[in-house]
Design a binder for this molecule. Structure first.
Ligand code: 4AD
Ligand code: MG
Length: 478
């Protein structure tokens, strides 16, 4: 069997007793014609492979270059070197794949994140992206574990839909009609009856509406899948294709919803703290180095791990939208005209406002409830005041909005009233309204933007660096 090997993570945790082991991985560095730092992606740390002088011929030595893949058989022995408990005393080294040192784009030095984005197909092989994507994996696993342990059903909602869940109209169309000569109606508009699905379709912006249908049977469900938004926002927080987790719970009001969201976020952070310590420490150190270039007052007050601990140990602040506006209006930043966008009751909070609230004012995650109905989606439950809805957004330091959710409008008349007001096609959504016709119950849910969560936990600052292959306006490489 070819692949009879031990992963480096396991070896580094083994007591060295001169036992023979086989490892395979990629060369990070090769020093003094003797010391190979080998990495196989199982952990951040490299295995030091020592090839005694004279063991390998000149031909082989020349081929041990950064990026080359090796199979090494040797003895696991205690290491005399600093920073590692064990090392591998090589008996044989086989080159599996050469890597031309002149042409290999990843040199054993620090590369900028911008450069690495251009070679995203290779950046997995760096320490930074190794750590980021192992943590991303852990977060995904923790998410499934959290909901599974609570008895939620994982629901696969469709990727292709005919509805706009958020009513924001930022959708990618899905069609097989020819561009040059599409079939047309008499009035000149395109005849989607001739299209693949017999109607106009798009990539989903959210699985929520379908999630609600299932919550009306299973009580508690969650989705975890890709969602798509054709919003032309070229920011460090927006992707055209991102992953979202959307739990939906029957018999939950807005308060229950907030409690679940807070417990959920803390649980997955704790999971990474418990299971990805080495990667977190590496990223924490990376952040310190990165911030050295910044002026003192621009640096984070807390290190990455302290920040995560702080979030775990403190209750999220809960305020209403109205209170948030008051805080902003009374802030020194407002008085000194530091905000670019207008502040008054009724505005959609801009990123600068959200960040002021969490980073300057409260210095911790904040849950904002009771937004004006006019700026929120049609399905949110109208409050007694007839003016605000039972919405909740969670804002995180350094990120801004990380969760958006609400209690849902379970009263049929009120819901259809709002749909009409907001020009949501009531006729086409009878399937959705059936939940309110047959055994309607108070229910709630929210959506966590997965990449924004990964940003928060890894301390990375650009959303393009926490998804393997980012899709953003004018960019769809790989
Ligand atoms: O606030 P949003 O639009 O809410 C919904 O889609 C609801 N249907 C969720 C629900 O109640 N089930 O999006 C939810 C979250 C945001 O808070 C943000 O974290 C993330 O999704 N998000 C994005 N992440 C990356 N790129 C984008 N373009 C994003 N748009 C939203
Ligand atoms: Mg939102």
């Amino acid at each position: 069997m070819f692949n009879k090997r031990t992963k480096i993570k396991a070896l580094l945790a083994t007591e060295p007793a001169n036992q023979e082991v086989t490892v395979m991985g990629w060369v990070r560095t090769f020093r003094n014609n003797q010391f190979i730092a080998l990495n196989d992606g199982s952990c951040n740390q490299n295995l030091q492979v020592v090839a005694a002088l004279g063991l390998l011929g000149d031909e082989t030595l020349k081929r041990i270059t950064t990026g080359a893949s090796l199979k090494v058989v040797g003895e696991l022995v205690p290491s005399l070197g600093k920073g590692q408990k064990v090392e591998l005393k090589a008996k044989s080294v086989e080159i599996l794949g050469d890597s031309d040192a002149e042409k290999y784009p990843l040199q054993p030095k620090k590369h900028s994140l911008e450069y690495l984005r251009e070679i995203a197909h290779l950046r997995f092989r760096t320490s930074t992206f190794g750590a980021v994507f192992r943590i991303r994996h852990s977060l995904a696993f923790a998410i499934h574990k959290f909901y599974n342990d609570k008895g939620f059903v994982y629901l696969h909602t469709p990727i292709i839909t005919a509805s706009d869940a958020e009513g924001a109209g930022e959708m990618f169309r899905v069609t097989t009609l020819p561009f040059d000569n599409p079939p047309r109606n008499e009035d000149g508009s395109i005849n989607f009856k001739e299209d693949f699905f017999g109607k106009s379709t798009n990539l989903t912006v959210s699985g929520q509406l379908e999630g609600e249908l299932a919550a009306m049977a299973f009580s508690d469900i969650y989705t975890f899948g890709p969602t798509f938004r054709a919003e032309n926002s070229n920011t460090t927080r927006h992707l055209a294709e991102f992953w979202m987790i959307e739990p939906e719970m029957a018999f939950y009001d807005i308060e229950d919803n907030m409690n679940l969201a807070e417990e959920f976020i803390k649980y997955i952070i704790q999971y990474v703290m418990d299971n990805n310590r080495e990667d977190l420490e590496f990223l924490a150190q990376r952040l310190v180095e990165e911030e050295k270039q910044l002026a003192q007052d621009k640096r984070s007050e807390l290190g990455l791990i302290e920040k995560l601990e702080f979030v775990l140990n403190n209750a999220f602040e809960r305020i209403t939208y109205t209170e948030a506006i008051d805080i902003l209006l009374n802030s020194a930043a407002y008085k000194k005209k530091k905000f670019q966008y207008e502040v008054k009751w009724g505005i959609d909070l801009q990123s600068e406002h959200e960040r002021y609230l969490v980073e300057k004012h409260f210095k911790k995650p904040v849950i904002v409830t009771g937004y004006p109905a006019a700026i929120k989606a049609f399905y949110m439950r109208m409050n007694e005041d007839g003016n605000t809805v039972a919405a909740m957004d969670i804002l995180a330091p350094g990120i801004g909005e990380i969760v958006g959710g609400s209690q849902r409008e379970e009263r049929l008349e009120k819901l259809t009233g709002r749909m009409e007001q907001m020009h949501v096609p009531v006729e086409e959504m009878q399937w959705y309204l059936d939940t309110r016709r047959f055994g309607s119950v108070p229910h709630s849910g929210f959506g966590l933007g997965f990449e924004r969560m990964v940003l928060f936990v890894t301390g990375m600052t650009n959303i393009r660096d926490v998804i393997p292959f980012a899709r953003t306006p004018r960019n769809c490489e790989f």
